[in-house]
Design a protein around this ligand. Structure first.
Ligand code: MG
Length: 455
């Protein structure tokens, strides 16, 4: 594991190597060391190591004097929602989201159900490093209660969303944390539900916990064969969703995000949409023509959530299928997003393929330039002025996460890889020709910078 324990999504690592029971106990003790954290919720996804880490984490929390509600297997967004709904001081989710089964992780939410940001994570990390835990006197050790509180979430959805049409759909939890709640909630909304891979299994034998065009090929075939209206698939902890349309085609993440963002502007009480620096410019194209505005953040759902709250945005999301609906709560929510998409199709009287059809399709290119780890961040930092000079028509410049230049016929994003000795270039162009031209210039600037700084 890197010297820093926490990344943008909490702690993530290989079980029994990076993420041990020892570390989980310490995280529990640390969370309870903050005196405001007296009432804490804990949940986990279906991973094999979930129960092991849950026991350790709960032990640490109890030792620190916190009372814990142990909620068992739940999707991350449900844990986040319950944290606010049940007026807990913190919620802790044991999950490695879409990572392979040998990984696990720990993600912490505050009393508002918003994931801990860098500052809060740094505070936790500092206590763990210095082992400055404050343990409770023996009479004040916390109490644990094992309970199922998922009904608060299902009832909330059923109360707030009504579907008029009897939709037929295949729900694919991929053996992850949405395995029982997703089919149950859709049935409760009057849908005809076929559940696939809907048993909990921490080995993820049916498909990878990361839903994408490749891993959902079997689902796409099934949707076509059974002739249902839509297929929905979630990642391991249910904060992401991916869609298959009625023709059995995987729906591009960027385009469906843009189409839903446009719908949210049309329907909502605001004009601002939040997404990250990697999302396609089709989001701007769809939102701006309706008089809306797109604000881009660093990659990571916590940054999107914080920006939504700060700007009172009507909707936000990342093009991995993590969508946030602030009218409900501030955690990306796969189940909720798939229900609200059906509601959108109903309101617009469209099939899923038609709903996305208006969104333009652009060309994306990606290149990596080798660069030593100790240099990569400096190369990106120092390239700003040269990049601005290389492109004659910079419409917008952002440096919240690497460098992102909006240009006449596309954009370029330059970031240092988080894990490898590489600088990553992402380009999107209105045409392949435009994208290639932008990429060529970008590569030239970065290569020169790497060469110069390597001397
Ligand atoms: Mg996830």
């Amino acid at each position: 594991m890197s010297p820093k324990l926490f990344g943008s999504s909490g702690i993530r690592g290989l079980v029994n190597l990076d993420l041990t029971t020892d570390l989980a106990v310490k995280i529990g003790m640390t969370i309870a060391t903050f005196s405001k954290n007296r009432k804490v919720l804990v949940a986990r996804d279906t991973r094999v190591s979930g129960l092991m880490l849950e026991n350790a984490l709960v032990s640490g929390l109890l030792a620190g004097g916190a009372d814990v509600k142990v909620l068992g297997i739940l999707p991350t967004p449900v844990l986040a929602y319950l944290t606010r709904c049940l007026e807990a001081d913190a919620g802790v989710m044991i999950t490695a989201s879409h990572n392979p089964p040998q990984y696990n992780g720990i993600k912490i939410f505050d009393e508002n159900g918003i994931a801990y940001n860098d500052e809060k994570q740094d505070e936790i990390e500092e206590i763990i490093r210095k082992e400055k835990f404050r343990l409770a006197d023996w009479q004040k050790i916390g109490e644990a209660e094992f309970c199922d509180k998922s009904g608060f979430y299902t009832e909330m959805i059923w109360e707030k969303v009504k579907l008029q049409k009897k939709w037929s759909l295949i729900v694919d939890p991929g053996c992850g944390a949405t395995y029982n709640l997703a089919p149950k909630i859709f049935k409760g909304l009057g849908c005809r539900v076929i559940a696939a891979n809907a048993h909990p299994d921490g080995f993820f034998p049916a498909r990878s916990p990361e839903p994408n065009a490749e891993t959902l090929k079997p689902l796409a075939k099934l949707v076509k064969r059974l002739g249902v209206d839509v297929g929905v698939a979630y990642d391991g902890d249910g904060d992401r969703v991916a869609f298959i349309d009625e023709c059995g085609e995987f729906v591009d993440f960027d385009r469906v995000l843009a189409a839903y963002a446009a719908y949210a502007i049309k329907k909502g009480k605001g004009k601002t949409i939040i997404t990250n620096v990697e999302a396609s410019m089709c989001v701007e194209k769809m939102v701006e023509k309706l008089g809306g505005k797109v604000v881009r953040t660093r990659v990571g759902d916590v940054y999107v959530a914080e920006e939504i709250k700060r700007r009172k945005a009507v909707f936000g999301g990342e093009p991995c299928g993590a969508w946030i609906h602030p009218q409900y709560h501030y955690c990306p929510d796969g189940i909720l997003s798939s229900i609200l998409l059906l509601k959108a199709l109903e309101n617009e009287n469209k099939k899923l393929s038609e709903f996305v059809a208006e969104t333009p399709r652009y060309t994306t290119l990606r290149e990596n330039i080798p660069c030593k780890n100790e240099l990569k961040h400096r190369v990106v930092e120092k390239a700003a002025e040269e990049l601005k000079a290389a492109f004659s028509s910079v419409k917008d410049f952002l440096d919240v996460d690497g460098l992102r230049l909006t240009l006449e016929e596309g954009w370029i994003l330059i970031r240092a890889s988080g894990t490898e000795p590489l600088v990553r270039l992402t380009v999107e162009g209105e045409s392949l020709k435009a994208a290639k031209k932008i990429m060529e210039k970008g590569i030239a600037v970065i290569r020169t910078a790497v060469e110069r700084m390597s001397k």
